[in-house]
Design a protein around this ligand. Structure first.
Ligand code: NAP
Length: 458
């Protein structure tokens, strides 16, 4: 009996000596943090984030005019607020610290770096100035410090957004809505000013399938129809339902809602609003036109229309945004599936040529692809945590420790930011928003972020 008790104690001590590093402080990584802390199996869990601020796509993906969705960051922050989990902001794996160094100093290394790139269409003209991926545009208008600053074409009147998902809706809405509505949001001021100066009047959303197959969510779709000063334009021909469409509507509630909402819009009389969002269903882009910059998009039908012959048409555009899905980037030293843009894994265990890479895991979009809403990362993280906890007794102990890794970063003089530093930046951003009577305003350049943190730490 005494021996069993002793073994139990040894096991517990061993378990409590375990450590984990999570790479990426977005929803996927922070839900994993919550799971690992809750399991009480680690003496330390550290989170590494390449940019100063946490929350990943909650901060740099959710549109600034959706502040309610962004409040989830309060829940995601709990791991740092109520425990001594450590935050390593502004520390990029592959730049400031290597994968090998993490593996040498932690029992478990889990990647949750999501997706920041765009899929490409593979059509002529895609690289013309004025053609841009949605992830780049979104990173700019949410104030990601690494995002190139976008300058909208001076003669911008018409933009084409390709894709029928929520990102396409976000982009269409941000481009078409009255920029005065954005003044009280977290959008960086230079972005608001750029949108105020825009002369855009028309945004065309091009979907290769119909409303029944579109991937829009209902609240986001309905919001489009409620925008002040924006008419929604739809060709009723696009809404003729086939047997397949009817089957889709029968089997998917979302399809039914989308078809209903879009059908109602098609019956509205235009109000001669200053701006319009046009939806074009059953069309795919064949070519992006232009010599030195974009001046149009040739679209071709993907099904025979009801009343007009199927032939390509040209949508005038000075700007084209591909909102056809995000793509992950390879992590140096780990396998990567180029076709899906994800890290191959089995229940979150990174798998290289059929064999698990001991102690290395992946969660979130980088594991399952760019699908689902923020909350989808919660069960996903639970599953990965279960794999980690199941493997823990068999994982070899690392040579070093988190303390040694922290010392290494200090020696390298990497500008590591702590959770307290994040709070300093957060307070500064709240002050910026106060005169506008709105949300905290995101600081979008790294130099200012570091300066603010240095100044407020003194
Ligand atoms: P998505 O939902 O997968 O939509 C991508 C769209 O692009 C689909 O309509 C797809 O059409 C189309 N597409 C793909 N390849 C194409 C091609 N070669 N040519 C033309 N069209 C093409 O992706 P997303 O909009 O990037 O969103 C990513 C995830 O984030 C989704 O889970 C989304 O719900 C979520 N999100 C949520 C919110 C929100 O809740 N407010 C906001 C933004 C993003 P097919 O269906 O025919 O493949």
């Amino acid at each position: 009996m005494a021996q069993i008790w002793l073994y139990g104690l040894m096991e517990e001590e061993h378990a409590m000596g375990r450590t984990a590093a999570i790479v990426g402080a977005g929803p996927a990584g922070l839900y994993l943090l919550a799971n690992l802390l809750e399991a009480d199996a680690f003496r330390q869990v550290d989170v590494f984030e390449a940019v100063p601020a946490p929350f990943g796509l909650v901060r740099y993906g959710v549109a600034p005019d959706h502040p309610k969705t962004r409040t989830i960051s309060k829940v995601l922050a709990a791991g740092f607020e109520y425990t001594d989990a450590h935050y390593f902001g502004n520390v990029m794996v592959g730049r400031d610290v290597s994968l090998e160094e993490l593996r040498r100093n932690y029992d478990v290394v889990a990647f949750s770096t999501g997706m920041r790139g765009d899929r490409s269409l593979g059509i002529p003209g895609e690289d013309l100035p004025g053609s841009i991926g949605a992830s780049e545009l979104v990173a700019w208008y949410t104030g990601h410090p690494d995002a190139p600053k976008v300058s909208l074409p001076e003669n911008l009147q018409s933009a084409v957004v390709i894709g029928a998902g929520n990102v396409a809706l976000d982009v269409a809405r941000i481009l078409a809505r009255d920029p005065e509505d954005l003044v009280t949001t977290s959008m960086p001021r230079p972005v608001v000013d750029t949108l105020k100066a825009s002369t855009i009047t028309d945004v065309h959303v091009v979907a290769r399938r119909g409303p029944a197959q579109a991937k829009f969510s209902s609240p986001e779709l309905r919001e489009i129809g409620k925008l002040d000063g924006v008419d929604v334009v739809i060709d009723p021909d696009d809404l003729v339902l086939s047997h397949d469409d009817e089957a889709e509507i029968e089997s998917r509630r979302q399809a039914k809602t989308t078809v209903k909402v879009i059908g109602e819009w098609s019956e509205r009389s235009p109000s001669n609003a200053e701006r319009r969002i046009h939806f074009h269903f059953w069309r795919r882009p064949a070519r992006i036109l232009g010599v030195t910059t974009v001046d149009g998009v040739e679209v071709e039908p993907t099904r025979e229309p009801a009343s007009t012959p199927a032939r390509p048409t040209t949508l005038p555009a000075q700007m084209v945004v591909r909102a056809i899905g995000y793509r992950g980037a390879p992590v140096p030293g780990l396998p990567f599936d180029d076709a899906s843009g994800t890290i191959p894994s089995d229940d979150g265990r990174v798998v290289d040529q059929g064999r698990p890479v001991a102690g290395v895991y992946v969660t979130g979009w980088l594991r399952r692809g760019p699908t689902g809403v923020i909350g989808t990362n919660r069960p996903d993280a639970g599953q990965v945590a279960a794999s980690i906890l199941g493997d823990l007794p068999d994982l070899a102990e690392p040579e070093g420790s988190p303390e040694e890794l922290a010392a290494l970063l200090n020696e390298r003089d990497a500008h590591r930011l702590t959770w307290e530093d994040w709070h300093r930046l957060e307070s500064y951003e709240a002050e910026l928003g106060r005169p506008h009577g709105g949300d905290p305003i995101v600081v979008d350049d790294l130099e200012t972020v570091l300066r603010v943190i240095a100044a407020t730490s003194e």
